[in-house]
Design a protein around this ligand. Structure first.
Ligand SMILES: Cc1cc2nc3c(=O)[nH]c(=O)nc-3n(C[C@H](O)[C@H](O)[C@H](O)COP(=O)(O)O)c2cc1C
Length: 335
């Protein structure tokens, strides 16, 4: 039988299947069910910079009552309809999860500007987080901030969080980097231990009837996995970071592919939200069965077997293959 124990960020996990940052961690019952179904760890939903800043602003507000009459100052506070203000509910939920789950709980911090908010990483550690996943999700709308400036700010955030805590820090990225291997190297130099590939960009649609932006968060499908497989396979040989796959894992076979491409762990959100937390057991059993059938003794033995360095035809991950596929394409014959 394959030993599913794996190591991620220096933590020993009983399974490479990890509950991704999502509302599952809002709900202790659902989190317990997913853990009972075999999850090796859980990542909490993100604590947002805006929530932290709101708390800091509220402290100023208390110290300086002039703000009461200052509409401009008040306007800096985020809308409380959108953000649960303050950090305490998050910290309490973190403690609850740590107390009731027998797997590591990883806290998630999301922000996009360097600043004092990163001090909050210390509180996450103090309240029990086994690691911190820094979610660098940002929607860049400015035409004057360059990619280099944005990446430099992101590295600054990573460095400042790493400097606050002794627990490991992993960084969750979007897929949109021009030179991912070089950025991964810089993340490593900034002190990150791992990287999670990728966040799913929230993609608003247009409602043609209402002429409005349609705000919905659709679940992923397995069709989103190959983007991750490609990045994992490329990063695995060159990066000293531990790789986590996030996005498009809906079955044990999807999880197996992510591990073969180079992921130490596989994070899952949509499949559990769609089918319930017990779905993790189905994914777990299928992954275990596949690894067994292929006679892998451990997850680490399978990890990276299909990476750019180890695949039987590594050039298939590269640019030349893109050209071959395009040029070899044949239109389907019409009946
Ligand atoms: C409802 C919902 C809420 C999410 N909340 C967070 C979050 O707070 N922080 C975060 O880093 N990712 C969040 N995610 C993204 C997931 O962690 C995950 O990266 C993404 O959904 C891709 O994985 P999947 O294909 O298994 O869904 C959320 C996803 C969903 C569907």
């Amino acid at each position: 039988m394959t030993d599913l124990t794996t190591s991620w960020l220096g933590l020993t996990l009983r399974s490479p299947l990890v509950i991704a940052a999502s509302p599952i961690s809002h709900d202790l019952v659902a989190a317990k069910q997913a853990v009972a179904a075999g999850a090796g760890a859980i990542v909490m939903y993100s604590l947002f910079e805006e929530q932290v800043v709101a708390e800091q602003m509220a402290a100023h507000h208390f110290l300086d009552s002039r703000i009461d009459n200052d509409a401009e100052a008040r306007s800096f506070l985020p809308d409380s309809d959108v953000f649960a203000l303050g950090t305490e509910p998050y910290l309490r939920q973190l403690e609850q999860l740590c107390q009731h789950l027998d797997v590591p709980v990883i806290a998630s911090l999301n922000g996009n500007t360097p600043g004092g908010w990163t001090d909050y990483a210390k509180q996450l550690e103090a309240r029990g987080a086994a690691a911190i996943e820094l979610n660098l999700y940002d929607v860049v709308t400015s035409a004057t901030r360059t990619a280099a400036e944005i990446e430099s700010d992101q590295l600054g955030i990573v460095e400042s969080v790493v400097n606050q805590v002794s627990v490991p820090v992993t960084v969750k990225l979007s897929p949109f980097y021009s030179a991912l291997p070089a950025f991964a190297k810089q993340l490593k130099n900034a002190g990150a231990r791992g990287v999670t590939l990728f966040n799913r960009f929230y993609q608003p649609d247009i409602d043609l009837e209402q002429l409005d932006v349609d705000l919905k968060l659709a679940y992923s499908t397995s069709a989103e996995l190959p983007l991750r497989l490609h990045a994992l396979a490329i990063l695995h040989p060159s990066s000293a970071l531990e790789l986590a796959c996030s996005g498009g894992v809906h079955s044990g076979l999807d999880a197996a592919k992510a591990i073969l491409a180079g992921a130490s762990v596989v994070q899952i959100a949509s499949a559990l939200l769609e089918h319930g937390p017990e779905q993790l057991a189905t994914i777990h059993n299928e992954l275990h069965q596949w690894l067994d059938d292929k006679q892998y003794r451990s997850v680490s033995e399978a990890c990276g077997v299909m990476s750019l360095a180890s695949a039987p035809a590594p050039q298939q991950w590269e640019r030349l293959n893109y050209m071959k596929i395009l040029q070899g394409w044949q239109p389907r014959k019409r009946k």
